[in-house]
Design a protein around this ligand. Sequence first.
Ligand SMILES: [Zn+2]
Length: 342
Amino acid sequence: MTTNYYIDIENMELISDDRIDLSKKEKELIVKKLLEAHKLALANFSSGNITHRGFAANICDNNNNWALGTNFNNTRNEISSICAERSAILSLYNSLLIEYMQKNKTEKFDFKIKYICMAQNIPLDKTATTPPPCEDCLSWLNTNRFFDNKTIIFSFEKNKNNTLALRAIKLSSLLPYKDVLTSTDGGLKKIVFANDSIKLSEKEIYSLIEKTCDLYKNNKFAFVSNQNISCSILVNNEIFSASKIDWTKRWFLEPLEFACAKAIEKYGNDLKIDAVCYFGDEYSKNNEEIFFDGTISIKSLGRIRRKYAKDCTPLILNLKDSILVTTIAQYLPKKFIQGYKI
Ligand SMILES: [Zn+2]
């Protein structure tokens, strides 16, 4: 498999829905880094990766340090797999921290990701688009600690003329809007529909909120993290609910997946989720320290929309002054404004 292509970097089109300006030099560097990542993705594929796919990412921090990483798959399941983006981030984090430790630096360790350059093993002449980060990666990237609204994701894709182009997208364009925090204030609130196509009655919405809130109040299994969350789904006019169950501070049973499991048990593969409702705490508490981990699981929403729900499935959120009824698709890729203090 050849990895040599003629690439006219100077005239390569930069495709983006966000306002992204790159200097000529910066663009050249990004393309070079994407080519390096592509080569590594090919190598990982050739090595006989168990998933039969090779991905790689070349990432850059705010101090212009770069690192490469590739998808790491012990098995095909999520527990023993890590995507290229996360693998590259960990590689850079570790090497910079080791450097920092050896230099005995006294200032704060500064680590913010500026660029994520993503590539796959598909030959460049056959590359149409590159998949964006998966929901597992997005839930990982959905914090302000190492990423911010300046972080940009680059990849190769074909433009309208069937020529290789550079796609740039702000990470914030792929993440939920973090300025909309949910609330645990109960009471009857007005319902706000995020778009006209959502077909849910007030009765259905209030019943979902009420049932989820009741469950939240009575959940006794989220005592380790001190972050209590409940979730309900509507299926054939029936509500299936579940609450978060903590195993340890770090591990828990996610309520959306738990509620879905109950419904799957009853309806099997024919399960069609008509609505999702979340209610709970936005943060966990550990020794009086607060960690804003968020109520809604991007990861779980991503999982259910692959099979039992759709992008247009309504998502009901209890806010401070209203009940917001949005959709999974509208929630997942919303722009985020810095809302969490991490
Ligand atoms: Zn991923």
